[in-house]
Design a protein. Sequence first.
Length: 393
Amino acid sequence: MKKSIRKILVIFFGLILIISLGAGSAAAEPAVKEWKVPFLIFLTGPYAGFGKQIKWSVDEAVREINAAGGIAGRPIVIEYHDTGIDPAKAAAEMSKVVEHSLVIFGPIGAPPAKAALPLVAREKAFAMAVTIGAEISIQFQPYTVHLTDTFEKVTPPAVNEWIKRNSDMKKVVQFLFPLDPTFAVVIKVQGDIMKAHGIEVMPTVELGEGVDMASAVVKAMAYKPDGFTIMTLPVDAAKIMKELDKRGVKDKSKVLGANVVDDPSFYELGKGCINGTYLWNFVNSMSEKPKWKALFRKYRKAFPEFKDPTFGVIFNYDMVYMTKMAIEATGATGDPAKLAEERKKIMDYCRNLKGFPGVQYDYDTVDGLGRTPTFLFQVQGDQKQLVKTFAPM
């Protein structure tokens, strides 16, 4: 009889344990049916073409993730908020989402970011503004993550190599489109490097809205330079190259384009006038990583008019997968009652991540900044060729 009672008690307490474990497991289940993530992006305005490509890459990442079972068994849904790259509109859109969002994507672009991220910092929210320039992102830490490092760290290796390959350069003019404040940072860093090599850096030629490229190049040529750097929008960069060609600048190896120049429109519009030009970037469309090759094929099908995607395509695609990793690794549930706690867990995870499997290469994030390589290219046959890869500093 006693053995029977003991047996019953063992079974009873065993059932209690199983039920309690099941209850604990259920409590860890996501509290949401889907992960809704707002994304502040420019889909209209002068740079809508860039926004269209970025949206495509994010949609593709979402499609892949959801097809594989979603995030912690729930689908992810992106809610797009168009800023038109207008700061006031960006701040207004951010005010709609900042209080209740577990993770915020964007804003894209420096002017919208400078206007909208103060709201994120005030609310202690978390924004994955991964392509606004690290110099801006660090102003709002720890509430942001950026997937490249500061220009002071990523620019020098490629610029030094360009100077080494053009050791006879004595005088350089830099072209600058000043709309984005991070562009001016690049110009300063490049200028300081050239001065350290004994190169005379002439006054910067700024290109405002609607400026005629012919007059800008005439102004630059008046300094009698033997080298040029270009930190402008890619369409303007292609026009500058054509004007330089018209004025007898045939050795294009004396020209260095920064990361924003390395865009499909530069190669399409600059045909015949860009061979020899050097460019540096954070991304490498010639990556041999299988996942990148698959995405690149899809990109070329979606955008047959372009050869290479803009760098925003790569890092915003990675952003979606990093969010998936963070939610699953931290056990976030999306429960509004745990919003502050779960935001911080996801933020801390993304800001210091070892060996993130990016679509083009693996990299770390350290204190909210990506430790990514830098690539130097040279244009040959109107197509870029990889010259050298530099490890993160």
